[in-house]
Design a protein around this ligand. Sequence first.
Ligand SMILES: [Zn+2]
Length: 126
Amino acid sequence: MNAYRVNGTTADVTECELCGRVELKGTVVLEALDVEGIGTGEVVYFGAQCAARAAGWTVREVRKAAKSADDLRRREFAARFRAWARDTLALDVTRPYALADYRHATGKTLGDLKAEFADASGLLPV
Ligand SMILES: [Zn+2]
């Protein structure tokens, strides 16, 4: 049984917690699993090589799992962001020019809105 699952990647942590290598482009976010294979919420940040070693996979498998986890997180974030903008700002971000009109009216960019949403939801911005 795997001791970890791959939760994605992050560019915010650039030091491998396993070997101490620094200035990586990013790290793989691994979540420790309990004996039944359920996520414990405890995460570690390893470089791809160390993540592969720790999880018992190849580097290629780790990168693939990290990419799917990132894609899923991105889709979830986008879906919840759209719902949040609609419910709290009465803004349909899927409408053409909606964001340009909103920026023109309020001075707020898409990045500003995503940061506001991330704060309100506790989700990490993607
Ligand atoms: Zn390492």
